[in-house]
Design a protein around this ligand. Sequence first.
Ligand code: AHR
Length: 494
Amino acid sequence: MQSSKVYIERNFKVSDVDDGLFSSFIEHLGRAIYTGIYEPEHPTADEQGFRRDVIELTKDLNVAMVRYPGGNFLSGYDWTDGIGPKELRPTRLDLAWRTIENNEIGIDEFSDWCKKAGTEVMAAVNMGTGTPKEAGYMVEYCNFSEGTYWSDLRRKNGHKEPHAIKTWCIGNEMDGPWQICRLDAAEYGKKALETAKIMKWVDDSIKLVVCGSSSSLMPTYPEWDRIVLEHTYEKADYISLHRYYENFGNDSDFLASFLDMESFIHSVKATADYVKALKRSKKTMHLSFDEWNIWYQQKHKNRDWERHPEILEDRYSLLDALVFGGLGITLLNNSDRVKIACLAQLVNVIAPIFTQENGPAIRQTIYYPFKSLSMYGRGTVLKPVIQTSTVNTKYGDAPVLHMSVVSDETNNVINIFCLNISSEKNLLSLDMRSFGNLSMVEHNCLSGKDLHMINSFDNPYAVVPLELEISNAKSDVFDVMIPAHSFNVLRFKY
Ligand code: AHR
């Protein structure tokens, strides 16, 4: 057994957490839309063809925004294909995923779905085949009230009220050679700036995300980010980060993925702050980590053109969920700069919600840590002092206990997220004297003997978090046993 100590001081505040940190992503890709959120023949389908079972599971996650419509799909997408009478919408080849897209769902339906699911659209405009002018038209269609060509067209299409989309991404992963009409950093920077000017002229209340590197592994990183920001600094509100992790066979390295995410965030912050200094700007650039998850990136195989094929349908294990929880903790700890984070994606495609066509929808293992973070990660992040041992990994020395502390001052609760990456249990001593006497109200723990266990349609609850026994005694110092290989939520009321 190992032991650790943590000191939590109520005045050591890092930042208030932005709701945007609990966002997600749905792309026109595989079965995310079709047979994911939308399946008119499904027994739970509502009057618009949306699966009510998926809406309920999404509501439970309390997702702030859902990025849409892509992803790589975005760079070949004409958003006007997805508006107007469904029978008149064109069927197109989606070159990004080699799929047939019949455009049954577009921005109007997706906005309706978001309302039903208790979330908001985070829209994205095409910077591949798309133009700044088309991006401006889309803002006008979605956000202008009435009396112009595009706003009146929206009204004619059944949406009298504007969609009022607040956050917009200018393109997707434009540094990637796989992107339809990739640009180099200066080309993208110039195009993004001109697009941003038009979009904000149409609606100056919107916030804009420019494309940072599509991963810290890109050879052009972080030069790409510097150049893009040098062009767009005064118009952009966020720069994006994308990063997926997978298990290459060494569980300790995989469990320490949060260290890599941490250093990625720090270097993007440093790059943005360099540009801030260069520009003598007063503005601090925020970060939008708008694609993060575990993804076993099989090569996309050439296949016959199909409608909504089963692609990127990763099935997540308990181990994946633990690593995922560690990444979520890191996002929280960086909430002073990371204001948006999108779990990529939400349904079927590398997703927490998994559906069967004409069948049930289940929660994958990663559903649970996301739900805990979204339920209890809102408030003010504190900076604890943690004394724990370390494990040497390919990302450096990783603390065996990786933690985030969030003080919810509205409800007088402290929520502590704690990942144990070790195969030994750990006796954690929590010193919270600055809060006075507290009572422990919950110890929710995701753990298990078999790290490779998954949830399936046959056994949908194989991996679920459990409520562990807690002591009733009031105190300001607590000893809590943290199980081996576990993701924990410890909650205290003061
Ligand atoms: O989320 C899957 C894909 O990953 C997205 O389409 C793309 O933006 C990223 O490479």
